[in-house]
Design a protein around this ligand. Structure first.
Ligand code: BDR
Ligand code: CA
Length: 338
């Protein structure tokens, strides 16, 4: 299996990415780093510890990462992910504390122990990774691959008209990470931008299939006419938590006129981390605007060599969305059945 380190801001779709990775036979999760983003870092960390406990994977270290962006004040988005970052899910308070070592330490540690083998996956702001690279400039060259859910190249953004959340929360960190990769033996990050992740449209039908595959008794899945806040009665714990989390995400998207659906940004990036062969990519020089009054947090891609700089990223441009969605459903259902 591929050894992985996940750095996330859990997060409803981050939650699904975690479950996907825990279930995947070709993935071995070495550590989970909790970075401030959707919710504050201590809440992210509590969520990550809770998911590990729910899944019986207390053997996997969960660490606290950056609690604030490098320069900007922290912004969070409870509107999108719920007051505690997991929608309506009521996750247990984990018995186990977070690792005594920091997220930066874990990035350095796993890549030092397995040089050239580890896949890094970031599904939140890039703050902790930027700090790790600053502390250990040789780190990028020790990664086998880096996959980032972040950015948007054809706009519109989901945070400002031209920026995507993970980059918008900490543009300086994203800029530093792009500057550190794609040179000196470091791999070119595979970037999964909003342009593509928004094509991974998860519906109540997918949720129903997931639940049906995971348990014997049929349980009604949420629909657009349900009352806000209705809780799942599924007896299967994973199905119940996933349903309660995703229901909130459906409602958020519906409130923003996108329909009663949600986008599986982070599970898609997780699938790419395990198997990059599922996406078509385009080489580019990626940089991040940190100054513009209107455009701070915008990812800019030079695909025509106009800047005269070496390629530092591969932007994912196409995938088979239905196959990705089926894979997410199958993997999470598989985990729930265990
Ligand atoms: C990204 O922003 C977060 O809210 C999601 O978890 C995802 O990582 C999408 O822009
Ligand atoms: Ca996320």
């Amino acid at each position: 299996p591929v050894p992985l380190i996940l750095d996330c801001d859990t997060g409803i779709d981050d939650s699904l990415a975690i479950l996907y990775l825990l279930s995947h036979p070709a993935a071995e999760l070495l550590a989970v780093v909790s970075t401030a983003g959707n919710v504050p870092a201590d809440v992210v960390c509590a969520n990550n510890l809770a998911w590990m406990e729910v899944c019986g994977r207390e053997d996997i270290p969960v660490a606290l990462g950056a609690t604030d962006p490098l320069v900007a004040p922290l912004r969070t988005t409870e509107d999108t992910h719920g007051p505690l970052g997991v929608g309506y899910a009521e996750l247990p308070t984990a018995a186990r504390p977070a690792s005594s070592r920091s997220g930066v330490d874990w990035w350095i540690d796993v890549t030092t122990r397995h040089p050239g083998e580890v896949v890094g996956l970031v599904t939140g702001p890039l703050t902790t990774l930027a700090q790790a690279v600053e502390a250990d400039p040789a780190l990028p060259a020790r990664l086998a691959r880096l996959v980032i859910m972040g950015g948007t190249f054809h706009h519109p953004g989901n945070t400002t008209p031209t920026s995507e959340w993970n980059v918008a929360v900490d543009p300086e960190a994203a800029k530093a990470v792009f500057a550190a990769f794609g040179r000196d033996g470091a791999p070119e990050p595979i970037v999964c931008p909003l342009d593509l992740t928004e094509s991974i449209v998860f519906t109540p039908d997918h949720l129903g299939r997931l639940a049906a595959a995971a348990e014997s008794e049929p349980v009604e899945q949420p629909g657009p006419d349900d009352e806000y806040g209705t809780r799942s009665v599924a007896s299967n714990t994973v199905v119940r938590h996933v349903t309660d989390a995703v229901r909130f995400y459906f409602e958020f998207h519906a409130d923003h006129d996108e329909g009663y659906i949600c986008h599986m940004h982070d599970p898609f990036a997780a699938a790419v981390a395990v198997d990059p062969g599922i996406v078509t990519t385009r080489p580019a020089v990626v940089d991040v605007e940190v100054d513009g009054a209107l455009t701070r947090g915008t990812t800019v891609a030079d695909t025509r060599g106009m800047w005269g700089r070496p390629v530092n990223a591969r932007i994912a441009t196409a995938t088979d969305a239905d196959a990705v969605l089926d894979d997410i459903v199958d993997r999470v259902a598989d985990l729930a059945r265990r």
